[in-house]
Design a protein around this ligand. Structure first.
Ligand code: SF4
Ligand code: SF4
Length: 478
């Protein structure tokens, strides 16, 4: 039995290497007709497909306290996610969320390889949905291959029409759902259904629908192979205990066909009957028996295909399986190590970042305040002989309901007073108000030329909603 991973020698021919050669740098894409397969992992993928698509399509239609639960209102610059309202100033949360998602992806990749690609990536999910429509319209793999080669006929035209109509329906539904995250989806639907879409809305709907149609219908695995960067750098994140889908060459080689009921031993062969089923079901058209390849999106179709072949042959399942390099090649101690330093590192960093984000979200006050000094005048003496400083106050209600706020000012250096204190201001949900204010101090009590002041804004009836800002109070030379 071979002890080597099968490899192909791609080194240049030493005889030809010095001869000038013409080569075509353009390789025409060969259409992949993946055979559909059922099995344990495809069942999980189907569940994941429905869950992911249902979440994507239904989320914009959910309501929360009388408005769309999730909407990124770009013109208004308000981002609503259930009970939270985020403003452009809260961009920190979004960037933090992206960093967490990146770390989570790293951690999951170290643990279980490209499970994201195989089970939840939108490209994979939508492609699988499109392939399902294709099979409904044009039949199984052999029928589709025959149809491709056949000249145009009424039957072929009708099948193609049904397929493309199905794709267009999914694409347009995807476009509507996607835009529905940025504009009220019910209004959008009314405009679509009554044909009253304005130009820009129609443009974006066409753009996203076309992108879906091309990506999932035509480009499919090309996106994974040539556009997505993740597949290219995944191997950097893998270690010898990362779960990968692999062909067990110890058990499978040498390959060869044999009669059903004949064991590999009796045939003088390994357990691989060289039926090619694992290749036929592969959506990226590779042979898993060639070893780990960047084209493999770990969809596990080859596992289900090979398991069904093993069942038919009466062999043990798992010739193609989830395994690790250590287990497969019996390197190290030949054991699977779930806990390992890199994974611990990612988990600790991830937990800390998620904890920090959670704390920041929970302790987030739905109110912001900012004070800008009047640049035209350092201070002035008012009619009462008091020293007065002027500021412009910006207050924003980040809550989803209107509220009243009290504004006060204080200083620990000497007593100051806000003109008209306490000022009460009412703001609508999300409203940003700009208001000039004056702070005064009795010259008798002024003890320093410069004092730090604090302007405090508190929601009436809910003192936990409170925001403050610091600034400087200037006085004449003592
Ligand atoms: S090799 Fe197997 S797991 Fe990888 S993409 Fe092909 S069928 Fe899916
Ligand atoms: S499906 Fe299994 S038995 Fe058939 S060629 Fe692939 S690895 Fe060999």
């Amino acid at each position: 039995m071979s002890q080597q991973i099968p490899t192909r020698d791609l080194s240049p021919d030493p005889v030809k290497v010095h001869q000038p050669q013409m080569m075509d740098l353009y390789a025409k894409r060969e259409k992949i007709h993946a055979r559909s397969i059922s099995g344990f992992f495809q069942y999980i993928r189907n569940v994941s497909l429905f869950a992911t698509m249902a979440l994507f399509f239904l989320l914009p239609w959910l309501n929360w306290e009388g408005r769309q639960a999730v909407i990124f209102d770009l013109p208004e610059r308000h981002f609503y996610i259930f009970g939270w309202t985020f403003l452009p100033q809260d961009f920190f949360f979004l960037s933090w969320l992206f960093i967490i998602a990146a770390f989570a992806l790293f951690a999951v990749t170290v643990l279980a390889g490209r499970v994201w690609c195989g089970y939840t990536c939108p490209q994979t999910v939508w492609t699988k949905a499109f392939m399902w429509v294709e099979e409904l319209a044009e039949g199984n793999r052999n029928a589709r291959m025959r149809l491709d080669k056949a000249p145009m006929s009424i039957g072929k035209f009708l099948r193609r029409t049904v397929k493309h109509s199905g794709w267009v329906v999914i694409s347009v539904a995807t476009g509507i759902a996607f835009i529905g995250y940025f504009t009220p989806v019910r209004d959008l639907w009314e405009q679509v259904s009554t044909g009253t879409l304005d130009f820009w809305m129609g443009f974006w709907l066409g753009f996203f629908s076309l992108a879906t149609y091309l990506n999932a219908g035509w480009m499919r695995e090309q996106i994974c192979l040539h556009v997505c960067p993740y597949g290219r750098f995944q191997s950097v994140m893998f270690d010898r205990d990362t779960l990968i889908i692999s062909y067990d060459y110890h058990r499978g080689d040498p390959r060869g066909s044999r009669k059903r009921g004949t064991t590999g031993e009796e045939a003088g062969l390994g357990d691989c009957i060289d039926c090619g089923m694992c290749v036929q079901v592969c959506p990226t058209g590779i042979d898993i028996r060639d070893g780990l390849q960047f084209e493999c999106i770990q969809c596990a179709a080859c596992i289900d295909a090979c398991d069904s072949v093993m069942d038919q042959m009466g062999y043990d399942r798992g010739l193609v399986k989830y395994t690790t390099e250590n287990l497969l090649e019996k390197t190290g101690d030949g054991q699977y190590h779930f806990i390992r330093p890199r994974l611990i590192g990612y988990t600790v960093v991830l937990s800390l970042m998620m904890g920090a984000l959670l704390y920041a979200l929970i302790s987030r006050v739905p109110l912001s305040v900012e004070a800008l000094r009047d640049r035209g005048q350092l201070y002035r003496e008012n009619n009462d002989g008091w020293i007065e400083n002027s500021y412009t106050l910006k207050i924003q209600n980040k809550a989803q309901t209107a509220a009243e706020y009290e504004i006060r000012a204080k200083s620990t250096t000497f007593p100051v007073q806000l003109d008209g204190e306490p000022i009460v201001i009412r703001l609508h949900a999300g409203e940003l108000a700009t208001r000039p204010i004056s702070i005064t101090a009795d010259p008798e009590v002024i003890t320093a030329r410069r004092a730090e002041i604090e302007i405090v804004v508190t929601q009436r009836g809910n003192s936990s909603v409170r925001a403050e800002t610091k600034n400087t109070f200037l006085s004449p030379q003592l």
